[in-house]
Design a protein around this ligand. Structure first.
Ligand code: FAD
Length: 365
């Protein structure tokens, strides 16, 4: 079998890329190891449509988050994907946090994030009476999206454009040939496939996949950081998403709302060696303490383990920041492009990353 563009992985990144390429009339096949689409990070996250103020100005994360936010907003409207705009409050508790908050605000302005303002205790009290803090960054343009509906819609678009998504098809290895890469596909019906260009969008598996495809290794082997979520029983006392200041590995244990108004908290940050999505059991005390820093009314007995996701990070323990990487390993238009370190805000940035990859593949063929 032959195909010009083979995309590995049917998470939101692989599907967004396949949708964009197929919309431009290119022939695409998506190979997915699982029996369904989006079984990993893309369905195990906070479903937040970020406004883009967390990331250093000029970084790929900042650019694709801000552009992806707007692309996702229009795409969701066009395809009737459930999306809502409750907004987000990032709450500072100390004068040190207040100065970090001001830096985030200034960075957000430089990045082009819309709808940002800083509010004091009175403004905070007015918006969310249960929340305590010295000040907050109020982001009106932060939203929540139904990630499952988004994945489904991208899948439908690919098929409507003549592309194919093949499930139960783990890619085991690839051999470089003069006119492309010969892929070895395992699973129930093992086969071979010759592709001119391969887009490696295998999420946490992507750094390893670069090697399996005989490519140039990225300097970081990648780290896995698990994030647990806990649901909160009863009616949510908040109408907005509530966040503490971000930490090195994550955005802090925050309060998010599902589209049907259910409240959940998370994710925490735990470095792990392998992928295991069972939520950890020993979390309640730590979660309650962390939440109490901005919501003194939290009741630990109403928290219950819910689900977990795994972040795929390129950031080593000594890096202050690590960007998304689009690793181009092609020669004369043949070879592999790998998407590496696509942690948060990957869901928000997906359509923008897809646009960039489409421009790259079109310019080389
Ligand atoms: C806890 C957590 C919270 C997050 N919160 C947010 C948020 O609120 N907002 C936001 O914008 N982003 C968020 N993110 C980030 C976002 O979820 C990810 O950036 C995004 O889902 C990455 O998508 P992906 O397609 O790269 O990876 P994945 O969804 O992991 O998809 C990779 C796919 O590749 C397949 N695959 C792997 N190996 C092979 C192989 N050998 N052959 C074939 N297929 C293979 C896998 O089965 C999988 O389906 C969060 C992430 C986490 C973990």
């Amino acid at each position: 079998m032959k195909c010009d563009f083979v995309i590995l992985g049917a998470g939101v990144i692989g599907l967004a890329i396949a949708q964009t390429l197929s919309q431009r009339g290119l022939e695409v096949i998506v190979l997915e190891q699982e029996s369904g689409i989006g079984q990993h990070a893309s369905s195990r996250n906070s479903e937040v449509v970020h406004a883009g103020f967390y990331y250093p100005t000029g970084s790929l994360k900042a650019q694709t988050c801000v552009e992806g936010h707007d692309l996702l907003k229009s795409y969701a409207a066009k395809r009737k994907i459930p999306i809502a705009w409750p907004g987000k409050l990032v709450v500072a508790q100390t004068t040190r946090e207040l100065s970090l908050l001001e830096s985030l605000y200034a960075q957000g302005k430089r990045n082009g994030s819309k709808g940002l303002s800083i509010i004091g205790p009175a403004g905070l009290q007015e918006l969310e009476p249960e929340i305590e803090g010295l000040a907050a960054l109020w982001s009106r343009d932060t939203g929540i999206i139904d990630s499952h509906a988004l994945l489904k819609s991208l899948h439908q678009d690919i098929e409507a454009n003549g592309g194919i998504v093949i499930l139960n098809s783990p890619v085991v290895a690839g051999t470089r040939e003069p006119k492309g890469i010969q892929l070895e596909v395992g699973g129930l019906e093992p086969t071979h496939l010759l592709a001119k260009q391969i887009i490696n969008a295998t999420g946490a598996f992507a750094p390893l996949m670069v090697e399996k495809l005989g490519g140039r290794k990225h300097r970081s082997p990648g780290r896995l950081v698990k994030g647990n979520y806990m649901s909160y029983q009863g009616k949510s006392p908040f109408q907005r998403l509530i966040y503490p200041l971000p930490s090195r590995d994550g955005l802090g244990i925050h309060a998010t709302l599902s589209l049907d108004g259910r409240l959940r908290f998370g994710p925490d940050t735990r470095e792990v060696q392998e992928i295991d999505y069972a939520p950890d059991e020993d979390m309640t005390r730590m979660f309650a303490k962390s939440i109490a820093s901005y919501w003194p009314g939290v009741k630990a007995e109403l928290l219950n383990p819910d689900y977990a996701g795994i972040r795929s990070k390129l950031q080593t323990r000594t890096d202050a920041f690590s960007d998304f990487v689009i690793h181009d390993d092609r020669k004369e238009g043949y070879g592999t492009i790998s998407l590496l370190g696509i942690e948060s805000p990957g869901l928000t940035a997906s359509l923008s990353l897809a646009k960039r990859v489409a421009t790259m593949v079109e310019s080389k063929i």
